[in-house]
Design a protein around this ligand. Structure first.
Ligand SMILES: O=C(O)[C@H]1O[C@H](OP(=O)(O)OP(=O)(O)OC[C@H]2O[C@@H](n3ccc(=O)[nH]c3=O)[C@H](O)[C@@H]2O)[C@H](O)[C@@H](O)[C@H]1O
Length: 520
């Protein structure tokens, strides 16, 4: 059972504190029977456990009292007795004089019923009943602690997922290269749309590939499981875990010397940020930092290629979008987190010498795609005879996207990995300046959304029921168009698939996937 990371949880601190506190109380309850002589009853105002005999006029005969962490109560009693010209037999005189109190400010109040019951309980001598009750409380707390320990370990270390010889063997096997100078790549978001395609492309040419995916339910996890099966058939293992699990990342980096990290795990989707903003911060910012941290600490450090987005151009009106254009007007939280990612990349490059390449993807589509995207949901709804909603911009203008086919994107990703310079840090320190790059990966020919629908209708041979509405304030931008000159020059990137050809392949996959009886 692994304990690392466990004790950092606040609730556990509380639980452990409870156990210690109640253990001391139990011991304390059992001890008073041994405190019999007056000389044992000196009070130190600095010590929270107070023993003193009670003044004659108060209640009945002198008895032994003791309390916990109640300096104020003692002080209040002291004030009361002083103002009534009383002393407390059994207390050292200097303690009576030096009590930390301000006469007149505190009032002696009659203790509560529960408190009196508690005192009476404490004053009785040791009994088997008392031992039994306290023993029971202690055992219950320990049981709660152990139960939580098991639960947390179950969550952090799913029995069928992390650790063990077989798990390590699968990782090693998946990372095995089959060509001279082959890359060893950790693909985060490995069971995602782009992650699956990039992993397959790398594996096919003989690189070692390990996937990492949390299989979250942003869209149907069954599709991710199907992609995982596909990857498995090609010898690619996908570790089930989140990029925010630092322990897992450390385990993977300890186990494998990755030459590259293809970081594709992210919270995607522009409009979903209105529903679940925290997931964007968690994955696209916190998760990105965790990945960079793991890479920075690795020795040797891998080179990193990661997915930024065309959405960083935001409200930029200048088209086509070029890498040097302004990106300080994000229209959605998704865009803002991707922009933040680019700035974070700059920091890790600057401080730690990580070689980092950001790729701004332009509305990627194709087989095994994401069901939340328009081309996918339109296909599904048209086939099911359900209406589709088409957004329009100002003055009834059509929205348009530089839809980019997955194979072209894969080509750009692989080229970015191949051309990435090595990171220059070691032992968490930069030794010399490292490469920091950003490229547009688009198709360079925007198509309007109604045209997209026309093509899908023709391919499906089914008419869409169109519902045209004014674009809501949901983070959408009216138009995207990539200038890919830089990627063309430096990566040899060359998109070749037009929207009709790409959608044809998508529809073919969609129909065959559903004919196999899998529902999305
Ligand atoms: O390039 C990116 O960086 C992003 O690309 C993608 O975002 P978008 O370009 O918004 O793609 P997508 O949702 O397919 O909507 C396409 C068009 O259909 C319109 N649209 C959408 C839904 C609908 O019901 N109706 C509609 O008209 C809609 O208004 C839009 O005009 C990725 O999802 C995102 O993760 C990110 O990678």
């Amino acid at each position: 059972m692994r304990l690392s990371g466990f004790f950092s949880l606040d609730s556990d601190h509380v639980l452990i504190s409870c156990i210690l506190c109640w253990s001391s109380r139990i011991l304390g309850t059992l001890l008073p029977s041994r405190v019999k002589k007056k000389e044992d009853l000196s009070v130190n105002a600095d010590v929270p456990v107070l023993h003193f005999s009670q003044a004659k006029h108060n209640l009945c005969s002198p008895q032994y009292f003791w309390k916990y962490s109640e300096v104020l109560e003692m002080a209040a009693l002291h004030t009361f007795l002083k103002s009534n010209q009383q002393t407390i037999p059994g207390l050292h005189s200097d303690t009576q004089e030096n009590c930390p109190l301000t006469p007149g400010k505190l009032k002696l109040e009659r203790s509560s019923y529960v408190s009196r019951l508690w005192n009476r309980w404490c004053l009785t001598s040791i009994t088997w009943a008392k031992i039994f009750v306290w023993g029971f409380v202690l055992v219950a707390l320990m049981a709660g602690f152990l139960f939580k320990l098991i639960l947390i370990n179950h969550r952090v270390v799913p029995t069928n997922s992390w650790g063990g010889l077989s798990w390590q063997m699968q990782i090693k096997h998946s990372c095995h290269t089959k060509r001279e100078g082959g890359l060893v790549v950790l693909v985060t978001g490995g069971a995602g749309f782009v992650g699956t395609h990039v992993s397959l492309a790398l594996k096919k040419r003989g690189d070692g590939v390990l996937g990492l995916d949390n299989f979250n339910n942003y869209y149907d996890p069954l599709l991710k499981r199907s992609r995982q099966q596909l990857l498995k058939r090609h010898g690619i293992f996908v570790v089930e875990g989140d990029i925010n699990e630092e322990i897992l990342l450390k385990m993977l980096f300890d186990l494998v010397t990755f030459t590259h990290v293809m970081h594709l795990a992210a919270q995607a989707g522009v409009r979903y940020a209105l529903e679940n903003p925290a997931s964007y911060v968690n994955s696209n910012i916190a998760g990105l930092v965790k990945v960079f941290e793991a890479c920075k600490s690795a020795n040797p450090q891998p080179s990193i290629v990661w997915a930024s987005s065309s959405s960083v151009y935001g409200l930029n009106a200048k088209v086509p979008f070029t890498e040097s254009d302004r990106t300080d007007q994000p229209a959605s939280l998704y865009a803002a987190t991707k922009k933040a990612g680019e700035e974070i990349a700059h920091t890790y490059n600057h401080i730690y010498g990580l070689s980092i390449t950001g790729l701004r993807f332009f509305t990627v589509y194709g087989p095994w795609g994401r069901p939340d995207m328009a081309y996918f949901s339109f296909t599904k709804n048209i086939l099911q005879g359900r209406p589709i909603t088409i957004y329009q911009g100002a003055n009834e203008s059509n929205l348009a996207r530089d839809f980019t086919y997955i194979d072209d994107i894969v080509q750009g990703c692989v080229a970015a990995l191949d051309t990435a310079e090595k990171s220059t840090g070691s032992g968490g320190k930069k030794l010399r300046p490292a490469a920091l790059r950003v490229y547009n990966l688009g198709n360079t020919s925007p198509v309007s959304v109604p045209t997209l629908v026309n093509i899908i209708e023709q391919l499906l041979k089914v008419k869409a029921i169109r519902k045209i509405v004014r674009m809501p304030q949901n983070g959408d931008v009216p138009y995207t168009h990539a200038n890919v000159t830089l990627a063309r020059t430096e990566l040899g990137y060359n998109p070749t698939t037009d929207l009709r050809s790409g959608l044809k392949k998508f529809v073919k996959w969609y129909l065959s996937y559903h004919n196999e009886g899998i529902t999305i």
